[in-house]
Design a protein around this ligand. Structure first.
Ligand code: NAP
Length: 526
């Protein structure tokens, strides 16, 4: 990459020359060419105006047209795989296999949304036909469906440079819904972001879509990002990152003259409950399973298991020793950037001094070791855990807190005290599950996904996936950011009352020309 890194404002490149920055290779600490520059405030304005104009056209695009666009983006990304792998591995320190896997997930996700909108039933069309002779009042003809909201701003995540970034789930679901997208690129992988932005814009041009269907800006979140969220023509926001970042954007969105929804995926410690039956099988496999999940991607997964609850006895403590031995022997891994490395180091350091907490495995990792960090394990009794709110908070990285519980009361109390989570896992036998229905019922209230005998990392992209959960896992716990339900975040319901056929969208016409599933007078039919 030799060209200066400039934002993409519709089909034009930015002229901005402020806030120069370069990506840093976290493996070496070296800066990577080229230099990137922030978009100007005037360009932010232009991106929003273009997106609004594009929306007036794109909102009426057929499912087939949107599907062709999404598939074309996926094909373009596939054709750039080698360049993506080269740049993304340098910018993130993630291994080639991970970037390849994530790219496949990204294109698979785009194609999944393409199939969804091509089939068409996702709009949830409902028709209640008129009863003009009904007494005492006639019943009107009412028809409703999901319609796109308007331009969406997406904040790419640092920890998924492909699948939750420029063409990730937020962008794919917004474009599928019929909403133009403006991405605020993450400063950690600007080169990767540029390659993907080009793939999207080539597809948009190739499909003859209006300028403004997609833009991508570089620049500080606090100025450029917030200006986008505050812009009156922007109608929704997708975000993955820190709780502080998500909360700041929620505040901006709420304080607008017309507030808009922010779908922010922020923090989750993904509790794991090990019931007695979990220890009846292979203790080594259970220890290795948790070790693999806790250290996957250097712990930089939103579904990383940060809290593990179990009752101490000879067998479970033997298991804990095996887990701790695996963590102690685990290699140091390169974190995504110096900021995330420092946040991990601070989190580990602050936990060390908490009352009742034992630093079981906490090797030194001085600043000179760069972004390389070791796995860490802390231990605490449930009674001490319950006294310190901070112990239930996320330390982003390969850190696990083992919590010793005594009896059902402890178990229910720690579960009840948890914040909203993306996932909650419970390991045990069928009998354990039958004996712990109250625990499982609490976990269903706390988490977006309850997992039986499985670790939380690894999120299947499919129609039924829920990657959400009550606050702070997600700012709006009714939604998901993975899976096809994610499309509904960028839509609103519109009802048409007594509308002439010619003014109805195809999805609501009486003859059902798109042959989609609809609820007509209370009965589902095609
Ligand atoms: P981040 O700091 O929240 O940044 C994410 C994006 O939001 C960036 O584009 C950033 O812009 C922007 N942003 C941050 N604060 C903002 C504010 N006050 N106003 C407007 N925009 C703002 O997240 P990160 O850089 O990915 O990682 C930092 C920490 O977030 C990690 O150490 C970890 O604790 C947490 N994290 C959690 C998850 C999870 O899934 N739970 C995932 C990733 C990160 P800039 O370019 O200006 O920074």
């Amino acid at each position: 990459m030799t060209q200066p890194g400039l934002s993409f404002i519709g089909y034009q490149r930015s002229t901005g020359k402020d806030h120069a920055f370069q990506a840093i290779n976290p493996s070496t600490g070296d800066s990577l060419e080229p230099t990137f520059f922030a978009a100007t405030p005037a360009e932010v304005e232009r991106a929003a105006q273009l997106a609004h104009r594009a929306f007036l056209n794109y909102k009426n695009a057929s499912g087939a047209k949107k599907a062709a666009f999404l598939r074309s983006i996926a094909d373009n990304i596939d054709s750039k795989l080698d360049t993506i792998v080269e740049r993304a591995t340098a910018e993130t320190g993630l291994p080639e296999m991970r970037i390849k896997g994530e790219t496949a997930r990204t294109t698979g996700q785009l194609r999944l949304f393409a199939s969804l909108v091509e089939e068409g039933s996702w709009v949830n069309a409902r028709i209640d036909t008129a009863l003009p002779d009904r007494q005492p009042l006639p019943k009107p003809d009412v028809r409703c469906m999901l319609r796109p909201m308007g331009p969406v701003v997406v904040f790419g995540a640092s920890n998924f440079p492909m699948a939750f970034s420029v063409a990730g789930g937020d962008t794919a679901s917004a474009l599928a819904a019929g909403c133009p997208v403006i991405v605020k690129a993450h400063h950690s992988h600007p080169g990767t972001a540029s390659i993907v932005a080009e793939a999207i814009l080539e597809a948009a041009r190739g499909q003859g879509l209006p300028e403004g269907i997609f833009s991508m800006v570089f620049g500080p979140g606090r100025s450029i990002g917030q200006a986008l969220v505050a812009h009156p023509l922007v109608k929704a926001v997708g975000f993955t990152g820190s709780r502080a970042g998500g909360q700041a954007l929620m505040k901006v969105a709420f304080e607008r003259e017309v507030p808009i929804p922010v779908y922010a995926e922020m923090s989750s410690v993904n509790p794991v409950f090990l019931l007695p039956g979990a220890f009846q099988g292979d203790l080594d496999a259970l220890a290795q399973g948790l070790f693999g999940s806790a250290t996957l991607g250097v712990g930089q997964f939103c579904t990383n298991p940060g809290l593990v609850f179990f009752e101490p006895n000879a067998t479970t403590l033997l298991w804990a020793d095996k887990f701790k031995a695996a963590m102690a022997a685990g290699d140091s891994g390169i974190m995504l950037n110096p900021g995330i490395r420092d946040a991990y180091a601070e989190g580990v350091e602050s936990r060390r001094g908490v009352d009742g907490v034992e630093a079981s495995i906490v090797p030194a990792f001085p600043k000179e070791s760069g972004c390389a960090v070791p796995p860490t394990v802390f231990e605490v009794k449930a009674e001490d855990f319950l006294k310190q709110e901070t112990l239930a908070e996320e330390i982003f990285g390969p850190e696990t807190l083992l919590v010793h519980t005594r009896g059902e009361t402890d178990l229910l109390q720690v579960a009840e005290n948890l914040e909203g989570q993306l996932t909650a896992s419970v390991f045990g036998s069928e009998q354990d599950f039958a004996n712990n229905t109250e625990l499982i019922s609490i976990l269903e209230r706390k988490a977006g996904r309850v997992i039986f005998n499985g670790f939380p990392t690894g999120v299947e992209v499919c129609h039924s996936m829920v990657h959400g959960g009550p606050y702070p896992a997600l700012s709006d716990g009714r939604s998901t950011s993975v899976g096809t339900f994610a499309i509904e975040r960028f839509c609103r319901l519109v009802a048409f009352q007594n509308a002439p056929e010619a003014f109805l969208p195809d999805e609501l016409r009486s003859a059902n020309p798109l042959d989609i599933q609809r609820l007509v007078n209370g009965e589902y039919s095609k």
